[in-house]
Design a protein around this ligand. Structure first.
Ligand SMILES: [Fe+2]
Length: 299
């Protein structure tokens, strides 16, 4: 038995099977109907397009692509799934955000809450291997199920949301956005101070219960916007492109700020937010969302 990490996956196998190439295209309708069928009738792997869940985890003597995975799914008995999602660490030390976010908050928020979502997700995947093999983004979109979430959705989205949140902050954060991101904020909000005020106001007044505040790039409108989502919902399911997030669940701020959510949101904007991360995310998004005027070559 050996363990290895690869991207979002933690592989456990008697002979390591790389999961880098396991990013299937999928048909949501087929998958959901298979999911329901599987749950109604139990684990009859002959009836599904399941992957190489295996009895003794014996590796095939060839690399499996997606087509092969769908052909080689006949397994008499299933004891194990051989890949899970891993708990990613924040990109800084636990005390690196002090005094604005304490080491204790990171220990509890990442070490207990975030870890709990990963473990819950992996338990679900252990029961429903039909969902095995997707990237986390794909899994979220599939299990959102057009607004009728499957049980796995909550844990999957919370894992993604927390990974994204940790990377939305940095030691020495705050200050002002830079380069094209500042220009886009000024274009879409009028000024940075307008954006800042709207972001904090939204965090304090638009969320009822636990949830998230986001700066997103609206793919179709080609503009920035502030959005909120409740519970575990993420803008990914609406095809918006997230650039920043602020966790407004009580576990994110209570140890440091008690019920003073206003102070927490202001400190996030003044000392924690990573404009570097947001700029990098916008730059990646611009590879498929053109925010400028069409560039027409002149003959
Ligand atoms: Fe959280």
């Amino acid at each position: 038995m050996s363990w290895s990490c690869s991207g979002n996956y933690l592989c456990i196998s008697s002979s390591v099977i790389s999961s880098n190439h396991l990013t299937p295209s999928f048909n949501t309708c087929n998958l959901v109907s298979q999911y329901k069928e599987q749950n109604r009738e139990g684990y009859d792997l002959k009836r599904t397009t399941s992957v190489f869940a295996c009895n003794s985890l014996k590796a095939p003597s060839y690399k499996l692509d997606i087509g092969q995975r769908r052909k080689h799914h006949v397994v008499k008995k299933r004891n194990n799934i051989c890949a899970y999602y891993s708990l990613k660490s924040p990109p800084y030390k636990f005390d690196a955000l002090e005094p604005y976010m304490s080491k204790r908050t990171l220990e509890v928020h990442w070490g207990e809450h975030h870890r709990g979502y990963v473990e819950t997700l992996n338990k679900y995947l252990g029961k429903n291997d039909i969902l095995y093999g997707y990237t986390l983004d794909e899994l979220i979109r599939v299990t959102y199920n057009n607004g009728n979430p499957l049980p796995e959705f909550n844990a999957a989205a919370q894992v993604w949301n927390h990974d994204f949140f940790w990377e939305s902050m940095q030691p020495g954060g705050g200050n002002l956005p830079i380069l094209g991101l500042m220009q886009q904020i000024e274009k879409d909000f009028g000024s940075f101070s307008n954006f800042r005020e709207e972001f904090i106001e939204t965090a304090l007044t638009s969320l009822f219960g636990s949830g998230w505040v986001w700066l997103v790039l609206k793919r179709n409108e080609k503009r920035l916007a502030i959005a909120t989502t409740t519970n575990a919902v993420t803008p990914l399911v609406w095809d918006d492109i997230p650039l920043l997030s602020l966790d407004m669940w009580e576990h994110a701020y209570y140890l440091d700020y008690k019920n003073d959510k206003a102070r927490y949101a202001n400190v996030f904007m003044d000392h924690l937010v990573s404009w570097n991360a947001a700029l990098a995310r916008m730059a990646r998004a611009q590879s498929f969302v053109n925010l400028g005027e069409p560039k027409i070559p002149v003959a």
